[in-house]
Design a protein around this ligand. Structure first.
Ligand code: ATP
Ligand code: MG
Length: 602
């Protein structure tokens, strides 16, 4: 079955003209992966093993690769982390400093009896100790559980209870949230609390410690800065991370130490990290992007990573890029749409000339946003596709390939992705179907924590991993996202993906954001209903409404335009910024809202 209309695709698959690229002049990119086709056809993961440090007998530790090995390859005193706090104060930490701090904490955790396989969760804002904790936990062979600092009690309880975590590392600001649910967590033995900064620097203030609570500074005091890294089987668990909860209850995805080879190579190819880069991944390590591409992947490549504790704000973000001379920037469509909404003037108030490579993940990236990026940054934004379950990027716009705005790019070397029907039969180019991947890429999920049925569902048809997303592939092998399988709209016998309609809507200057659903309709099966957020300063009236409808009718096929448009102040999103279409639908139809623990509440 064809998606929307071929004519439409022809338009959308057009190569960007590179139109306004001259606004900020950039040197040509000399990429780590200079050629795609031939490399894709000949690459095998074994070829990449030489990039990873293994112990005797094929044992490995992801944290050793991320930190320890740089003490012996000339990067000992290189800045590993530029840590900027919410007030803008900058601290720099070298690989040596991360190594020593992680060893102290690792020894302290061992003294508490933490063993291989125990779950140790990290509930911290983006501060130095978050990075140190993740590395320390991995070094001693325990399983790291990243938690986003904005989680409320329900989200925390679900994850800590399901994972049977024995330790949580948190700070004084966040501790109350754990206290509030502690009695529901019988497995939780210790809560390690980081005090205010001054406590860590000098004499610790004598804070009252509750039962089962330990002071981080006291705990690491006197611990050795040497620690023998656990030599793990590549199949031993590294981290346990819950999905975003966009489509339902978050799933606890288990990843292993052997993932490091995939994390390393994709950071090298897709992020294109080089020795002198200053790299900023805006995702919190509470989400998979922040753990894989904010910690393990870039550090394994020896890159200097920027961590910003503050919240989103256009001017502060641009200021940070300018101040630290960020060169590679990995962010998300929701942030880019908000930046676009903040206008172009604020961009030009800063010098963003250091940027050389910009990437996006997490949601479909509207072509309009890519065009805007060309205009204001003079750079194309490179979309890429992956999931918590896939553990690494699988489909990407590599710097060496021509970029088609609106496409997720091509499968990475060592990855075979396809579009299939419900029975697993591969479909031809241009046909809408299910996005699947041949199992066996290195960072593939190994388990869903305490939910084997859910795990088995991903592999229900032998030979494929079912992603749950719908997409199509063009003649040149580029993949185009259509929507979550559950979100696809059936209207008058046509299947329409919400993303295409949303992208057409945000092309209109009055529309900042759009979320589109199918609404049951006697005549047409479903009609398309759009919820939109207006751009700053715009108010809705009948003329504008008709203009927006006309615009989408012209851009999309006649059957694919939204018959109903409703203006909202904001769209429901997960805490990681993804539009929750299932909530728009539930509200519209008066249905139960299901699991809302991931819903952003501020
Ligand atoms: P849950 O599985 O709990 O419903 P989630 O799927 O949003 O939540 P994640 O693993 O964080 O959890 O997100 C992966 C999903 O995000 C993908 O399946 C896809 O729907 C969407 N996504 C990620 N990258 C892209 C992209 N480049 N283009 C379109 N969609 C993307
Ligand atoms: Mg998912």
């Amino acid at each position: 079955m064809k998606v929307v209309e071929k004519k439409q695709h022809a338009k959308k698959t057009e190569k960007p003209k590179g139109a306004k690229r001259e606004i900020l002049k950039k040197a040509a990119v000399n990429c780590n992966l200079p050629e795609y086709e031939n490399f894709y056809n000949t690459f095998s993961w074994q070829d990449a093993q030489k990039e990873i440090s293994y112990f005797f007998g094929g044992k490995v530790n992801a944290a050793y690769n991320a930190v320890d090995r740089h003490l012996h390859n000339g990067r000992r005193n290189k800045v590993a982390l530029y840590s900027v706090d919410a007030r803008g104060h900058l601290e720099k930490y070298t690989f040596q400093e991360i190594y020593e701090a992680a060893n102290r904490l690792g020894n302290a955790l061992k003294s508490l009896g933490v063993k291989r396989g125990d779950r140790v969760f990290v509930f911290l804002p983006r501060i130095f100790e978050l990075y140190v904790s993740t590395i320390a936990i991995a070094k001693i062979g325990a399983i790291a559980g990243p938690l986003f600092s904005a989680f409320g009690p329900d989200a925390l309880r679900d994850r800590l209870h399901n994972s049977e975590a024995t330790i949580v590392i948190t700070n004084t600001d966040l501790k109350d949230k754990i206290d509030a649910i502690r009695r529901d967590l019988p497995d939780l033995e210790h809560v390690i609390v980081i005090g205010p900064k001054q406590d860590l620097d000098g004499a610790h203030a004598s804070r009252e410690l509750g039962e089962g609570e330990l002071d981080y500074a006291q705990l690491i005091e006197g611990q050795s800065s040497e620690l023998i890294c656990e030599q793990m089987d590549p199949e031993d668990p590294l981290y346990l991370l819950y999905t975003s909860g966009t489509t339902g209850k978050p799933k606890g995805v288990v990843h292993v130490h052997g993932d490091i080879i995939g994390q390393h190579m994709t950071s090298k190819w897709v992020l294109d990290l080089k020795e002198d880069d200053v790299y900023w991944c805006t995702a919190d390590p509470g989400w998979v992007t922040g753990t894989v591409y904010g910690i393990f992947g870039p550090w394994s490549n020896g890159a200097s990573v920027v961590s910003y504790e503050g919240r989103f704000d256009a001017a502060s973000w641009y200021k940070l890029i300018d101040r630290l001379k960020v060169t590679v920037w990995y962010t998300a469509p929701t942030a880019l749409r908000m930046l676009m909404k903040a206008g172009d003037d604020v961009v030009f108030e800063h010098d963003l000339g250091s940027l050389r490579h910009v990437l996006s993940v997490g949601e479909p990236l509207n072509p309009e946003v890519v065009r805007w990026g060309m205009k204001v940054f003079g750079l194309p934004i490179h979309d890429n596709w992956w999931q918590t379950e896939t553990g690494m990027q699988l489909i990407a716009n590599l710097p060496c390939n021509p970029l088609k705005p609106g496409s997720m790019g091509k499968p990475l070397p060592g990855v075979y992705a396809a579009i299939v029907d419900d029975q697993g039969q591969e479909l031809d180019a241009g046909e809408l179907g299910r996005l699947v991947v041949k199992p066996g890429w290195p960072a593939m999920l190994r388990r869903i924590w305490r939910n084997k049925d859910k795990f088995d569902e991903y592999f229900k048809i032998p030979g494929w991993y079912f992603s749950g997303d719908n997409a199509w592939k063009d003649e040149e092998g580029y993949f185009w996202f259509v929507g979550r399988a559950d979100d696809v709209i059936n209207t008058s016998g046509h299947r329409v993906g919400p993303f295409e309609v949303e992208s057409a809507l945000v092309e209109h200057p009055a529309v900042a954001e759009a979320g589109v659903i199918g609404k049951p309709d006697k005549e047409r099966g479903e009609i398309i209903k759009a919820f939109i957020v207006l751009a700053n300063g715009v108010t809705m009236n009948d003329n504008l409404l008709n203009e927006i409808k006309d615009h989408t009718r012209k851009t999309l096929a006649a059957h694919a335009y939204p018959r109903e448009i409703e203006v909202k102040d904001s769209l429901p999103k997960t805490r990681s910024g993804k539009i929750m279409r299932r909530l728009l639908k539930a509200w519209e139809l008066g249905l139960p809202t299901g699991d809302v623990s991931s819903l952003e509440d501020d």
